[in-house]
Ligand binder design. Structure first.
Ligand code: ZN
Length: 507
């Protein structure tokens, strides 16, 4: 969770929400339906640490512990990284994160560079680039469900605190319209949504990522059928912000679990009586934005290099996307920079502006701006989403382990796959055994280098939600990730380039 000012704001929000709920607890209001809480993390997250605990990290016999890999040390950096999101939230904005083009990402980049420098990494640069297109950002908004005396004495307007507009949404003035429940996202449109705000429901098997194309497509179908706006009720525990999906033309808002459940209950009890909502949104198409990448070098014995990449940007706290990856990248930078002997190949550490903000792709701009240096790379290793507790949705619970990562090796090189599976077994790094060539996420921008790209990534239920907080990250998992990646990097450093990129292999 956030600390300092951020924490007091969150605490205040909880207190206000509790007071609202208490005053609205008139048993007759809203057809005797309890009003939803404010923004709320899944209560299951409270089980982390007690009683749900990931296995302690065990160093294999004969190995020496590396102080920079201690879980508590890496977690301290994770807290610092998330602190840049908290600082943005503390300014009172409704939409926060380490957002490329805004001071929160700049601050994260400057901090990352300072950490690399004090670790002894050479030639550290913060590189600034221009956004290639305008960037949509929601500034303020309100989703207000309008009370009516017909709903029962004591009914007062309800503001849905989990609501977040989807990318591209725009409202001039306000939308006042009745709500209609349109059923499951992905099903054909079966109700009359003309002139109404259509609510579609989804209960993702993992997280927003798993339902993205379904929700985007059926949002378009509802708009085409005449809806004036769409609510995507993403049914998860708690009442989280979910920032994902997109809208073209008509505005759409994502709703968290409790807000959606409230609307479903009220619409069911209202029968033929209309339930109206009032939507406002002040968004901007920001131009002239600039984002930052950080690059630093640990010189090796040869000019061949290995790139170790982590994206700095995030929506909301982004502890698992990608604070954990950034923190582990720093641990590795400290490890290699302090070594008495030079590594066999040069290591290039990158903290980049990421891929969340259209027009500000960090990796693409990094490659464009550093081509001669990056042409020395034999492999790009991406640290992304490395150590979150495993959250299950069947039913919702936290398991005493880390999310299994989807390992991608772009050239499906068996030498690299063998090194990954051996290192994973050595340290208890969790992954899905189906390794394939797919490397979604931050590695796309590195494709022009034409060398092996490797990562282990997951997208669990907390993906792109306000529940992606420090408390959801496994401390022994951070340690497992650091040792796992260290061994993998060591294997690549020691290997001839032809073994990393066999001539016949795909890139
Ligand atoms: Zn990510």
């Amino acid at each position: 969770m956030a600390r300092g000012i951020g924490f007091s704001l969150k605490l205040a929000a909880v207190v206000i929400a509790a007071a609202t709920a208490a005053s609205a607890a008139t048993p007759t209001a809203w057809f005797a339906t309890a009003t939803p809480p404010g923004l709320q993390n899944p209560p299951q997250l409270a089980s982390i640490g007690n009683p749900v605990r990931a296995p302690a990290f065990k160093l294999p016999a004969g190995q020496t512990a590396e102080p920079e890999f201690a879980g508590s040390r890496i977690q301290r950096d994770l807290r610092a990284i998330v602190g840049f999101s908290d600082a943005m939230e503390a300014t009172g904005v409704q939409f926060w994160g380490r957002i490329s083009g805004y001071p929160s990402e700049t601050a994260a980049a400057n901090w990352f560079a300072a950490q690399l420098r004090s670790a002894g990494v050479k030639s550290v640069e913060v590189q600034t680039f221009d956004a290639a297109q305008p960037f949509w950002r929601p500034k303020t908004w309100e989703v207000r469900i309008l009370a009516d005396p017909a709903f029962g004495p004591g009914s007062a307007d309800v503001i849905l605190r989990s609501a977040v507009p989807t990318s591209g949404s725009k409202i001039d003035g306000a939308i006042n319209a009745p709500l209609v429940f349109a059923g499951e996202a992905g099903d054909p449109v079966r109700v009359d949504v003309r002139g109404k705000i259509a609510i579609q429901h989804s209960r993702p098997t993992t997280g927003a990522y798993s339902d993205r194309s379904k929700i985007v497509q059926s949002t378009q179908a509802l708009e085409a059928a005449g809806a004036v706006a769409v609510f995507n009720w993403v049914e998860q525990e708690g009442n989280m912000h979910v920032f994902d999906f997109a809208s073209r033309g008509k505005p759409a808002f994502n709703l968290g679990g409790a807000d959606g459940a409230f609307l479903k209950a009220v619409l069911g009890k209202a029968g033929a009586r209309p339930v109206n909502a009032r939507l406002t949104l002040d968004s901007e198409m920001a131009t002239g934005l600039k984002a930052q990448n950080v690059i630093g070098v640990v010189p090796g014995l040869s000019t061949e290099s290995v790139i170790v990449n982590a994206h700095l940007d995030s929506w909301f706290d982004g502890a698992g996307d990608n604070g954990d990856g950034v923190a582990v990248a720093l641990a590795l930078a400290r490890h290699y920079a302090k070594a008495a002997a030079k590594p066999a190949k040069t290591l290039i550490f990158v903290g980049n502006a990421g891929h969340h903000s259209p027009g500000m792709n960090g990796a693409t701009n990094l490659v464009r701006m550093n081509r001669p240096l990056l042409n020395t790379a034999v492999l790009v290793l991406n640290l992304e989403h490395v150590a979150q507790y495993q959250v299950r949705t069947d039913p919702w619970r936290v398991d005493p382990t880390e999310e299994p990562k989807n390992v991608g090796v772009s050239n499906m090189n068996l030498f690299l796959i063998d090194k990954i599976t051996a290192a994973a077994a050595r340290y208890g790094y969790t992954y899905n055994t189906m390794i394939d060539a797919s490397v979604p996420g931050d590695l796309g921008g590195y494709a022009p280098l034409g060398v092996a790209r490797v990562q282990g990534i997951h997208s669990g239920p907390l993906y792109h939600t306000s529940g992606d907080v420090v408390g959801s990250i496994s401390v022994p998992g951070l340690e497992r990730a650091a040792y796992f990646y260290r061994d993998f990097i060591d294997a690549v450093l020691a290997a001839p380039a032809s073994l990393v990129n066999p001539p016949a292999a795909a890139k």
